[in-house]
Design a protein around this ligand. Structure first.
Ligand code: TYM
Length: 332
């Protein structure tokens, strides 16, 4: 039997999961679980590049694990784990940092954005973060890395680092491909259609754990456009708010933009916005309810992360040993 291809991705538990994380990443993972050998993790090591409250970080890491399972990532079929429980991530990160150039890291958009936002804490971790992400990926030799569009640059840097390393030492790493969804790759804030949806603007951010009434309210208040045309038409340049709502609707219903335009022909935003809200509520409600149920089952979650860390370490260690040998460290 042909071996399954490998998929790997992670999310930082630095905030509660939102619709952008779901449509840009998790939904895309869950849709492909049967086709691939999958590794999904909570990128907790990454979160401390920005100060975290320790109790909140622990709570969100567990909630994220519960949400992964609730979104359809069955722990029997996927390896689910917490990054900090697999020491090889930090170990490989050090090695790779010696094969990454200062100039490359200086060009990373996320570094520029975050260092502008947190001027009082531009720490070395924030700068070298993409190297840790490269280690996260390369340890598992994945074929694909399913992420939203904002992470594409980091996956491209990962490819560059891997190619550089391979060109010196031979074929150590598989060169991974970013795997970006057609609809949902970049979800914008409902109140700020120029900025990506993120927890930092909570009014325009729909969280996976928001109740139905909150989701409905956020969609009713969504910004549409200023041309007063009141017509549902896909035109991201002139109608970014409407285009964003259309891509959310397309992503949760599977409909095309043409089908959506037809469905709402002759009806204004007053009908369209609540309809998108309802579709999102129908998608998120079962996930929220299942997440709430799983969070209470601490013993089960503990079993999942213990087994996940064991499986992940086993695979990660194989790659790390190879790397250590290649660079010339004495083997035990
Ligand atoms: P993070 O935690 O910021 O986001 C997790 C995933 O959600 C996607 N995403 C979005 N997609 C569409 N629209 C949005 N508004 C939106 N906001 C977030 C992101 O693209 C991402 O796929 N560095 C990564 C985490 C990470 C990682 C990895 C990912 C660490 N190591 C290894 C893949 C492989 C990050 O900060 O994503």
């Amino acid at each position: 039997m042909e071996e399954k291809k490998i998929m790997l991705s992670g999310i930082q538990p630095s905030g509660d999961l939102h619709l952008g994380n779901y449509l840009g990443a998790i939904k895309n993972w869950a849709d492909r679980v049967d086709e691939f050998d999958c590794y999904y993790f909570m990128a907790d090591l990454h979160t401390i590049t920005v100060r975290q409250n320790p109790a909140d970080l622990r709570r969100r890491s567990m909630q994220q694990l519960a949400a992964y399972i609730a979104c359809g990532l069955d722990p029997e079929k996927n390896t689910l784990f917490l990054q900090s429980m697999v020491p090889q991530h930090a170990q490989l990160s050090w090695v790779l940092s010696c094969y990454t150039q200062f100039g490359e890291l200086s060009r990373m958009t996320q570094f520029k954005d975050k260092s502008a936002k947190h001027k009082d804490n531009i720490n070395a971790g924030l700068f070298t973060y993409p190297v840790l992400m490269a280690a996260d990926i390369l340890l598992y030799q994945p074929h694909y890395v399913p992420v939203g569009a904002d992470q594409k640059q980091h996956v491209e840097l990962t490819r560059d680092i891997a190619q550089r390393f391979n060109s010196i030492y031979g074929d150590v790493f598989r060169i991974p491909e970013p795997y970006i969804p057609k609809a949902g790759a970049r979800i914008y804030g409902l109140t700020t259609p120029g900025d990506k949806m993120s927890k930092s603007i909570p009014e325009g951010c729909v969280f996976i754990m928001d109740d139905d009434a909150t989701i409905a309210r956020k969609f009713k208040r969504a910004v549409t456009d200023s041309d007063r045309e009141n017509c549902v038409r896909f035109d991201p340049e002139n109608k970014p708010g409407v285009a964003n709502l259309m891509s959310i609707y397309a992503s949760v219903t599977g409909k095309t933009y043409e089908e959506i335009e037809k469905e709402f022909e002759g009806q204004g935003y007053g009908v369209f916005k609540p309809a998108v809200g309802e579709a999102v509520i129908d998608t998120l409600r079962p996930i929220r309810e299942e997440t709430e149920r799983l969070i209470k089952d601490k013993a089960y979650l503990e079993q999942v992360y213990r087994e996940g860390a064991q499986k992940a370490s086993y695979i990660a260690n194989k790659t790390l040993r190879k790397v250590y040998k290649k660079v010339g460290f004495v083997q035990i």
